[in-house]
Write a protein that binds this ligand. Sequence first.
Ligand SMILES: [Zn+2]
Length: 354
Amino acid sequence: MHSKTDAILSPADDLRYPWESHPGPEQVVEIAPGVLWIRLDLPFRLNHVNIYLLADGDGWAMVDTGFGNDATIQAWMTLFEGPLAGKPISRVIVTHAHPDHVGQAGWIVQRFACPFYMSQVEYLQGVYHQNRRTEERIVNSRLFYRRHGMDEAITEQLLGRGQDYLKKTVPLPAAYRRLSDGDDITIGTRTFRIITGAGHSPDQVMLYCAADGLFLSADQVLSKISPNVSVWAHEPDENSLGSYLRSLKSLADTLPDDVLVLPGHGVPFYGVKARIKQLSDHHEERCQMIAEACKDTAKTSAELVPVVFHKHKLDAHQTGFAAGELIAHVNHMLAQHRLTETLDPDGVLRFKAA
Ligand SMILES: [Zn+2]
Protein backbone atom coordinates (compact mmCIF):
# COMPACT_ATOMS: atom_id res chain seq x y z
CA MET A 1 0.00 0.00 0.00
CA HIS A 2 1.40 3.32 -0.94
CA SER A 3 0.57 6.91 -0.95
CA LYS A 4 0.87 8.27 -4.42
CA THR A 5 0.14 11.58 -2.81
CA ASP A 6 3.71 12.69 -2.62
CA ALA A 7 6.01 12.30 -5.55
CA ILE A 8 9.42 13.44 -4.41
CA LEU A 9 11.70 14.14 -7.30
CA SER A 10 15.28 13.56 -6.42
CA PRO A 11 18.20 15.66 -7.55
CA ALA A 12 19.90 13.81 -10.37
CA ASP A 13 23.31 13.95 -8.70
CA ASP A 14 22.16 12.11 -5.56
CA LEU A 15 20.37 9.20 -7.18
CA ARG A 16 21.34 7.22 -10.24
CA TYR A 17 19.06 5.00 -12.26
CA PRO A 18 21.06 2.55 -14.40
CA TRP A 19 17.96 1.42 -16.32
CA GLU A 20 16.15 4.11 -18.18
CA SER A 21 13.13 1.98 -18.91
CA HIS A 22 11.39 -0.81 -17.11
CA PRO A 23 10.53 -4.28 -18.45
CA GLY A 24 7.42 -4.53 -20.62
CA PRO A 25 4.53 -6.86 -19.75
CA GLU A 26 5.99 -10.06 -21.20
CA GLN A 27 9.61 -9.20 -20.57
CA VAL A 28 12.27 -10.37 -18.20
CA VAL A 29 15.33 -8.15 -17.73
CA GLU A 30 18.60 -9.44 -16.25
CA ILE A 31 19.90 -6.68 -13.98
CA ALA A 32 22.87 -8.59 -12.54
CA PRO A 33 24.14 -12.10 -13.24
CA GLY A 34 21.37 -14.38 -12.03
CA VAL A 35 19.02 -11.57 -11.00
CA LEU A 36 15.89 -11.05 -13.13
CA TRP A 37 13.50 -8.13 -12.96
CA ILE A 38 9.83 -8.50 -13.89
CA ARG A 39 7.17 -5.83 -13.64
CA LEU A 40 3.51 -6.74 -13.19
CA ASP A 41 0.49 -4.48 -13.58
CA LEU A 42 -1.65 -3.29 -10.68
CA PRO A 43 -5.17 -1.93 -11.08
CA PHE A 44 -4.46 1.31 -9.12
CA ARG A 45 -2.84 4.64 -9.71
CA LEU A 46 0.34 2.99 -8.48
CA ASN A 47 0.12 0.81 -11.52
CA HIS A 48 2.86 -1.77 -11.12
CA VAL A 49 4.87 -3.93 -8.73
CA ASN A 50 8.36 -5.35 -9.22
CA ILE A 51 9.16 -9.04 -8.89
CA TYR A 52 12.75 -10.28 -8.68
CA LEU A 53 13.96 -13.77 -9.52
CA LEU A 54 17.24 -14.94 -8.00
CA ALA A 55 19.21 -17.81 -9.56
CA ASP A 56 18.79 -20.78 -7.25
CA GLY A 57 20.49 -23.91 -8.59
CA ASP A 58 18.30 -25.33 -11.36
CA GLY A 59 15.49 -22.88 -10.70
CA TRP A 60 14.61 -19.39 -9.57
CA ALA A 61 13.79 -18.09 -6.12
CA MET A 62 10.94 -15.61 -6.57
CA VAL A 63 10.77 -12.47 -4.41
CA ASP A 64 7.14 -11.27 -4.26
CA THR A 65 4.33 -12.52 -6.45
CA GLY A 66 1.94 -9.79 -7.66
CA PHE A 67 -1.68 -8.91 -7.02
CA GLY A 68 -4.35 -11.55 -6.40
CA ASN A 69 -6.40 -11.00 -9.56
CA ASP A 70 -6.90 -12.94 -12.79
CA ALA A 71 -4.82 -10.52 -14.85
CA THR A 72 -1.77 -11.37 -12.74
CA ILE A 73 -2.33 -15.10 -13.24
CA GLN A 74 -2.51 -14.49 -16.99
CA ALA A 75 0.72 -12.49 -16.86
CA TRP A 76 2.49 -15.28 -14.98
CA MET A 77 1.19 -17.94 -17.41
CA THR A 78 2.63 -15.94 -20.31
CA LEU A 79 5.98 -15.59 -18.54
CA PHE A 80 6.12 -19.24 -17.43
CA GLU A 81 5.38 -20.42 -20.98
CA GLY A 82 7.66 -17.82 -22.53
CA PRO A 83 10.90 -16.37 -21.15
CA LEU A 84 10.82 -18.45 -17.96
CA ALA A 85 9.97 -21.78 -19.64
CA GLY A 86 12.05 -24.76 -18.57
CA LYS A 87 13.23 -23.44 -15.21
CA PRO A 88 10.97 -23.97 -12.22
CA ILE A 89 10.36 -21.63 -9.31
CA SER A 90 12.38 -23.24 -6.51
CA ARG A 91 10.92 -21.19 -3.66
CA VAL A 92 8.83 -18.13 -3.02
CA ILE A 93 9.89 -15.34 -0.65
CA VAL A 94 7.32 -12.66 0.15
CA THR A 95 8.48 -9.37 1.63
CA HIS A 96 5.23 -8.32 3.30
CA ALA A 97 1.52 -9.07 3.55
CA HIS A 98 0.17 -6.39 1.21
CA PRO A 99 -1.82 -7.87 -1.66
CA ASP A 100 0.42 -6.53 -4.45
CA HIS A 101 3.27 -8.60 -2.96
CA VAL A 102 1.69 -11.68 -1.36
CA GLY A 103 -1.30 -11.83 -3.74
CA GLN A 104 -0.30 -14.83 -5.85
CA ALA A 105 1.90 -16.69 -3.33
CA GLY A 106 -0.69 -19.42 -2.79
CA TRP A 107 -1.10 -20.01 -6.52
CA ILE A 108 2.62 -20.10 -7.33
CA VAL A 109 3.56 -22.27 -4.34
CA GLN A 110 0.88 -24.74 -5.35
CA ARG A 111 1.88 -24.73 -9.01
CA PHE A 112 5.56 -25.43 -8.30
CA ALA A 113 5.13 -27.35 -5.04
CA CYS A 114 7.91 -25.22 -3.58
CA PRO A 115 8.65 -23.82 -0.12
CA PHE A 116 7.27 -20.47 0.95
CA TYR A 117 9.11 -17.91 3.12
CA MET A 118 7.87 -14.91 5.06
CA SER A 119 8.61 -13.29 8.39
CA GLN A 120 6.38 -14.61 11.15
CA VAL A 121 4.61 -11.31 11.74
CA GLU A 122 3.94 -10.75 8.04
CA TYR A 123 2.59 -14.28 7.61
CA LEU A 124 0.22 -13.78 10.53
CA GLN A 125 -0.66 -10.32 9.21
CA GLY A 126 -1.63 -11.99 5.92
CA VAL A 127 -3.90 -14.39 7.80
CA TYR A 128 -5.37 -11.38 9.60
CA HIS A 129 -6.07 -9.57 6.30
CA GLN A 130 -7.88 -12.62 4.99
CA ASN A 131 -10.22 -12.44 7.96
CA ARG A 132 -10.88 -8.74 7.85
CA ARG A 133 -14.22 -6.97 7.86
CA THR A 134 -15.90 -8.80 10.67
CA GLU A 135 -18.66 -6.76 12.27
CA GLU A 136 -16.56 -6.13 15.41
CA ARG A 137 -13.69 -4.79 13.38
CA ILE A 138 -15.92 -2.49 11.35
CA VAL A 139 -17.39 -1.06 14.57
CA ASN A 140 -13.88 -0.57 15.94
CA SER A 141 -12.75 1.22 12.75
CA ARG A 142 -15.80 3.47 12.77
CA LEU A 143 -15.02 4.60 16.34
CA PHE A 144 -11.40 5.18 15.43
CA TYR A 145 -12.16 7.49 12.48
CA ARG A 146 -14.90 9.37 14.35
CA ARG A 147 -12.53 9.92 17.28
CA HIS A 148 -10.11 11.55 14.81
CA GLY A 149 -12.84 13.93 13.70
CA MET A 150 -13.81 12.36 10.35
CA ASP A 151 -17.46 13.10 9.62
CA GLU A 152 -19.97 10.36 9.01
CA ALA A 153 -19.77 10.47 5.23
CA ILE A 154 -15.98 10.22 5.14
CA THR A 155 -15.96 7.55 7.82
CA GLU A 156 -18.36 5.36 5.85
CA GLN A 157 -16.30 5.96 2.73
CA LEU A 158 -13.17 4.86 4.57
CA LEU A 159 -14.91 1.76 5.89
CA GLY A 160 -16.10 0.83 2.42
CA ARG A 161 -12.67 1.11 0.84
CA GLY A 162 -10.26 -1.72 1.44
CA GLN A 163 -13.06 -4.22 1.09
CA ASP A 164 -11.76 -4.99 -2.35
CA TYR A 165 -8.17 -4.17 -1.60
CA LEU A 166 -6.57 -6.06 1.26
CA LYS A 167 -8.39 -9.26 0.43
CA LYS A 168 -7.04 -9.36 -3.13
CA THR A 169 -4.91 -12.31 -2.25
CA VAL A 170 -5.44 -15.89 -3.31
CA PRO A 171 -5.60 -18.08 -0.18
CA LEU A 172 -2.23 -17.95 1.58
CA PRO A 173 -0.14 -21.11 1.58
CA ALA A 174 -1.17 -23.05 4.68
CA ALA A 175 2.42 -23.34 5.91
CA TYR A 176 5.51 -21.17 5.70
CA ARG A 177 9.18 -21.07 6.64
CA ARG A 178 10.22 -18.21 8.85
CA LEU A 179 12.66 -15.46 7.90
CA SER A 180 13.96 -13.44 10.85
CA ASP A 181 16.02 -10.27 11.10
CA GLY A 182 19.73 -11.15 11.06
CA ASP A 183 19.31 -14.56 9.40
CA ASP A 184 21.50 -15.48 6.47
CA ILE A 185 19.84 -17.29 3.59
CA THR A 186 21.76 -18.96 0.77
CA ILE A 187 20.14 -18.65 -2.63
CA GLY A 188 22.15 -20.27 -5.42
CA THR A 189 25.74 -19.06 -5.06
CA ARG A 190 24.80 -15.97 -3.05
CA THR A 191 24.26 -15.37 0.63
CA PHE A 192 21.69 -12.76 1.59
CA ARG A 193 21.31 -11.19 5.01
CA ILE A 194 17.67 -10.83 6.08
CA ILE A 195 16.90 -7.35 7.39
CA THR A 196 13.40 -6.61 8.63
CA GLY A 197 11.83 -3.24 9.30
CA ALA A 198 8.53 -1.83 10.52
CA GLY A 199 6.52 1.23 9.53
CA HIS A 200 5.11 0.42 6.10
CA SER A 201 4.11 -3.02 7.34
CA PRO A 202 4.96 -4.59 10.70
CA ASP A 203 8.00 -6.74 9.85
CA GLN A 204 8.85 -6.27 6.20
CA VAL A 205 11.65 -8.45 4.83
CA MET A 206 14.58 -6.99 2.89
CA LEU A 207 17.49 -8.99 1.45
CA TYR A 208 21.05 -7.74 1.38
CA CYS A 209 23.91 -9.46 -0.47
CA ALA A 210 27.06 -7.70 0.72
CA ALA A 211 29.39 -9.58 -1.64
CA ASP A 212 27.58 -8.38 -4.76
CA GLY A 213 26.25 -5.08 -3.44
CA LEU A 214 22.59 -5.98 -3.96
CA PHE A 215 19.83 -4.71 -1.70
CA LEU A 216 16.25 -5.84 -2.26
CA SER A 217 14.51 -3.06 -0.37
CA ALA A 218 10.87 -4.18 -0.80
CA ASP A 219 8.70 -1.12 -0.06
CA GLN A 220 10.85 0.25 2.75
CA VAL A 221 13.01 2.42 0.49
CA LEU A 222 11.42 3.43 -2.82
CA SER A 223 13.05 5.87 -5.20
CA LYS A 224 10.29 8.27 -6.15
CA ILE A 225 7.39 7.73 -3.83
CA SER A 226 7.25 7.80 -0.09
CA PRO A 227 6.01 4.43 1.22
CA ASN A 228 2.71 4.63 3.03
CA VAL A 229 3.25 4.71 6.80
CA SER A 230 -0.11 4.61 8.54
CA VAL A 231 -1.96 3.94 11.75
CA TRP A 232 -4.94 1.60 11.62
CA ALA A 233 -7.88 1.11 13.95
CA HIS A 234 -6.64 -2.15 15.44
CA GLU A 235 -3.66 -0.35 17.05
CA PRO A 236 -4.80 3.25 17.42
CA ASP A 237 -1.78 4.44 19.45
CA GLU A 238 0.86 2.80 17.27
CA ASN A 239 3.93 4.91 16.55
CA SER A 240 4.46 3.45 13.09
CA LEU A 241 6.32 6.52 11.88
CA GLY A 242 8.79 6.26 14.77
CA SER A 243 9.37 2.62 13.84
CA TYR A 244 9.81 3.52 10.19
CA LEU A 245 12.33 6.29 10.90
CA ARG A 246 14.25 3.95 13.20
CA SER A 247 14.39 1.34 10.43
CA LEU A 248 15.65 3.92 7.94
CA LYS A 249 18.37 5.01 10.34
CA SER A 250 19.43 1.43 10.88
CA LEU A 251 19.57 0.85 7.11
CA ALA A 252 21.69 3.97 6.65
CA ASP A 253 24.07 2.67 9.33
CA THR A 254 24.20 -0.86 7.91
CA LEU A 255 24.38 -0.43 4.14
CA PRO A 256 27.30 0.89 2.14
CA ASP A 257 26.35 3.65 -0.26
CA ASP A 258 27.26 1.72 -3.41
CA VAL A 259 24.57 -0.96 -3.18
CA LEU A 260 22.21 -1.36 -6.10
CA VAL A 261 18.74 -0.92 -4.59
CA LEU A 262 16.06 -3.20 -6.07
CA PRO A 263 12.75 -1.71 -4.84
CA GLY A 264 9.23 -3.13 -4.82
CA HIS A 265 8.03 -0.31 -7.07
CA GLY A 266 9.80 2.05 -9.46
CA VAL A 267 13.19 1.32 -10.98
CA PRO A 268 16.47 0.10 -9.45
CA PHE A 269 18.77 2.84 -8.27
CA TYR A 270 22.03 3.82 -6.59
CA GLY A 271 22.12 6.35 -3.78
CA VAL A 272 20.48 4.59 -0.85
CA LYS A 273 21.80 6.98 1.80
CA ALA A 274 20.67 10.07 -0.08
CA ARG A 275 17.24 8.57 -0.56
CA ILE A 276 16.94 7.62 3.11
CA LYS A 277 17.79 11.20 4.05
CA GLN A 278 15.14 12.55 1.68
CA LEU A 279 12.50 10.23 3.12
CA SER A 280 13.37 11.17 6.71
CA ASP A 281 13.42 14.88 5.88
CA HIS A 282 10.07 14.57 4.13
CA HIS A 283 8.42 13.20 7.30
CA GLU A 284 10.07 15.84 9.47
CA GLU A 285 8.72 18.57 7.17
CA ARG A 286 5.24 17.16 7.65
CA CYS A 287 5.69 17.14 11.42
CA GLN A 288 6.70 20.78 11.28
CA MET A 289 3.61 21.66 9.23
CA ILE A 290 1.46 19.97 11.86
CA ALA A 291 3.25 21.73 14.74
CA GLU A 292 2.75 25.07 13.03
CA ALA A 293 -0.96 24.41 12.39
CA CYS A 294 -1.55 23.40 16.04
CA LYS A 295 0.42 26.28 17.54
CA ASP A 296 -2.51 28.45 18.59
CA THR A 297 -5.58 26.24 18.38
CA ALA A 298 -6.04 22.55 19.00
CA LYS A 299 -6.97 20.62 15.86
CA THR A 300 -8.38 17.23 14.96
CA SER A 301 -6.69 14.81 12.58
CA ALA A 302 -9.48 15.47 10.09
CA GLU A 303 -8.65 19.19 10.20
CA LEU A 304 -4.95 18.45 9.77
CA VAL A 305 -5.34 16.28 6.66
CA PRO A 306 -5.70 19.30 4.32
CA VAL A 307 -2.81 21.08 6.08
CA VAL A 308 -0.41 18.32 5.10
CA PHE A 309 -2.04 17.13 1.88
CA HIS A 310 -3.16 20.53 0.59
CA LYS A 311 -1.50 20.07 -2.79
CA HIS A 312 -3.49 17.00 -3.65
CA LYS A 313 -6.99 16.23 -4.73
CA LEU A 314 -7.72 12.99 -2.97
CA ASP A 315 -10.10 10.24 -3.99
CA ALA A 316 -11.59 7.88 -1.35
CA HIS A 317 -8.69 5.41 -1.57
CA GLN A 318 -6.19 8.24 -1.12
CA THR A 319 -8.20 9.97 1.61
CA GLY A 320 -7.98 6.74 3.57
CA PHE A 321 -4.23 6.61 3.17
CA ALA A 322 -3.96 10.33 3.92
CA ALA A 323 -5.94 9.95 7.16
CA GLY A 324 -3.85 6.98 8.27
CA GLU A 325 -0.63 8.78 7.41
CA LEU A 326 -1.69 11.94 9.18
CA ILE A 327 -2.47 9.98 12.35
CA ALA A 328 0.96 8.31 12.08
CA HIS A 329 2.58 11.75 12.22
CA VAL A 330 0.38 12.82 15.12
CA ASN A 331 1.17 9.67 17.13
CA HIS A 332 4.88 10.11 16.48
CA MET A 333 4.74 13.73 17.63
CA LEU A 334 2.83 12.69 20.76
CA ALA A 335 5.55 10.13 21.51
CA GLN A 336 8.15 12.87 21.07
CA HIS A 337 6.14 15.24 23.30
CA ARG A 338 5.83 17.73 20.45
CA LEU A 339 2.01 17.58 20.72
CA THR A 340 -0.46 17.16 23.55
CA GLU A 341 -3.88 15.59 23.07
CA THR A 342 -7.26 16.07 24.70
CA LEU A 343 -10.34 13.94 24.29
CA ASP A 344 -13.10 16.52 24.15
CA PRO A 345 -16.71 16.02 25.34
CA ASP A 346 -17.75 15.48 21.70
CA GLY A 347 -15.66 12.29 21.73
CA VAL A 348 -13.08 13.73 19.35
CA LEU A 349 -9.30 13.96 19.89
CA ARG A 350 -7.69 17.36 19.45
CA PHE A 351 -3.98 18.08 19.30
CA LYS A 352 -2.01 21.15 20.27
CA ALA A 353 1.66 21.94 19.84
CA ALA A 354 3.49 21.38 23.14
ZN1 LIG B 1 3.96 -2.50 -2.53
